[in-house]
Write a protein that binds this ligand. Structure first.
Ligand code: DOR
Ligand code: ZN
Length: 362
C-alpha cells in the first residue's frame, strides 16, 4: 500500500518506463553469509548473479579473525564463483576480546578488510568467540574511528534475562548509545535492523551511523514464524518482531534516507538443520533477493527510490565507488522453487513456493 499519496502518484507518472522493467545501477549486498567448502560452492553464484560486491560475514568455524585468514577466505570465494562472474567479495574481520588493533589497521590499509564485525558472544551462529564486553575492544574501536573503518554490528544483547524480542532495543540502550557517546566518530552499520527503536536510533544518530535491512524483515512479522505451526524457515536472528516494527522498517527502507541500505543477511543452512528440534537461525534469500525487495518498494509506491537503497546509499556510506554497470528487473511472474540443491542436501529459499511479481533479467 502506498505510504504517501504523492509517492504513489510519482510512481504512476513514471509508469510508462517503469511498468514493464526497471533498469538501475548494479546493486551490492552489504551483508551476506557465503559459508565455506561445498556450501560456498553452492551459494556463491546466487549472490554473484545479482550483486557486484558483497560484505562477507566472517562467522566461519573457526572465524575469520586476522589478515591471513581473510586473505585465504577471499581466495576461496573467488575460486568458487561461476566462470565469468564479475563479483568482488569485501572481507570483514571477526572481532574477539583479543583482536590486535595493529592487525585491524594493517588489514584495512592493505585493502584486505573493508570492515570489522562485532558479534556479542553467543548472539548467533558461530558467535561463541565474539566479544564479551565492548570495553575489551576499546583500543580496536579507537583505531577504527581514527582510520574511518566501518564497524558492522550485530545489535543484540545476549543476557538470559532479556526477552529475545527486546534484545535489539536493549542493545541500543546498554551498548550502542554509550559506545557512540564515547567514540562519536566511529562509523557504524547497525546490521539487519529489526525494530522501530532501531529505526529511530539510526535516524536520529549522526551521519556516521547507518543500517542494513533484510528482505525478510520487510515481508514478515513474528506471526509468520508461529501462527499455524512453527515455521523454521522464517526463523533468523535477530528474530522477526511485531507488525509495528515491520512497518517502521518498510518506512525506513522505502523512505529515501541515505542511512538505510540493502543487506540481505542471506544465511544458508541445510534443510535438516533448520527443520530440527533446535533449528538453526538464518534465511537463505540470495537467489531472489532483488525480486523480494522490489516487491516491497512497489507495494509502498516507492519504485523510484529502489536504486538509492540497492545501489547508492551503501557504497556512499562505505566511501566506495558506485558500480557503473546496470541491471534490469522485469515485471513478470517469477516462481520460487520449494528447494534448491546444495552441498548434497537442500536449501529452502525465502519465498519458497511463492510467485513473485518481478524477475531479475541480468
Ligand atoms: O539468522 C542469522 N543467521 N543471523 C545471524 O546473525 C547469523 C546467521 C548465520 O550465520 O546463520
Ligand atoms: Zn548475518
Amino acid at each position: 500500500m502506498a505510504r504517501h499519496g504523492w509517492r504513489s502518484r510519482a510512481a504512476q507518472i513514471k509508469a510508462p518506463d517503469m511498468t514493464d522493467s526497471l533498469t538501475i545501477r548494479r546493486p551490492d549486498d552489504w551483508h551476506v553469509h557465503l559459508r565455506d567448502g561445498a556450501m560456498l560452492e553452492a551459494v556463491a553464484g546466487h549472490t554473484a548473479r545479482q550483486f557486484a560486491r558483497a560484505i562477507v560475514m566472517p562467522n566461519l568455524s573457526p572465524p575469520v579473525t586476522n589478515v591471513a585468514l581473510a586473505t585465504a577466505y577471499r581466495e576461496r570465494i573467488v575460486a568458487a564463483l561461476p566462470e565469468g562472474a564479475d563479483f568482488t567479495p569485501l572481507m570483514t574481520c571477526y572481532l574477539t576480546d583479543n583482536t590486535d588493533p595493529d592487525e585491524i589497521r594493517r588489514g584495512f590499509e592493505a585493502g584486505v578488510f573493508t570492515a570489522a564485525k562485532l558479534y556479542p558472544a553467543g548472539a548467533t551462529t558461530n558467535s561463541d568467540s565474539g566479544v564479551t564486553d565492548v570495553a575489551n575492544i576499546r583500543a580496536v574501536l579507537e583505531v577504527m574511528a581514527e582510520i574511518g573503518m566501518v564497524l558492522c554490528v550485530h545489535g543484540e544483547v545476549t543476557h538470559a534475562d532479556v526477552d529475545i524480542f527486546d534484545r535489539e532495543a536493549v542493545f541500543i540502550e546498554r551498548v550502542l548509545a554509550p559506545l557512540l557517546a564515547d567514540l562519536p566518530q566511529l562509523k557504524v552499520v547497525f546490521e539487519h535492523l529489526t525494530s522501530e527503536e532501531g529505526v529511530k536510533f539510526v535516524e536520529n544518530a549522526d551521519a556516521n551511523v547507518a543500517a542494513t535491512i533484510t528482505p525478510q524483515h520487510l515481508h514478515i512479522n513474528r506471526n509468520a514464524m508461529l501462527v499455524g505451526g512453527m515455521r523454521p524457515h522464517a526463523y533468523c536472528l535477530p528474530v522477526a518482531k511485531r507488525e509495528k516494527h515491520r512497518l517502521a522498517l518498510r518506512r525506513a527502507a522505502t523512505g529515501g534516507s541515505a542511512k538505510f541500505f540493502l543487506g540481505t543477511d542471506s544465511a544458508p543452512h541445510a534443510r535438516e538443520a533448520k527443520e530440527s528440534a533446535c533449528g538453526c537461525a538464518g534465511i537463505f534469500n540470495a537467489p531472489f533477493a532483488l525480486e523480494s525487495y522490489l516487491a516491497v518498494f512497489e507495494e509502498e509506491g516507492a519504485i523510484d527510490l529502489f536504486e538509492g537503497f540497492a545501489s547508492e546509499h551503501g557504497p556512499r556510506f562505505y566511501g566506495l565507488s558506485l558500480n557503473e554497470t546496470r541491471i534490469t528487473i522485469e515485471r513478470t511472474d517469477c516462481s520460487v522453487p520449494a528447494q534448491i540443491a546444495a552441498d548434497g542436501t537442500q536449501l529452502v529459499p525465502f519465498h519458497a513456493g511463492e510467485t513473485l511479481r518481478w524477475r531479475f533479467a541480468g
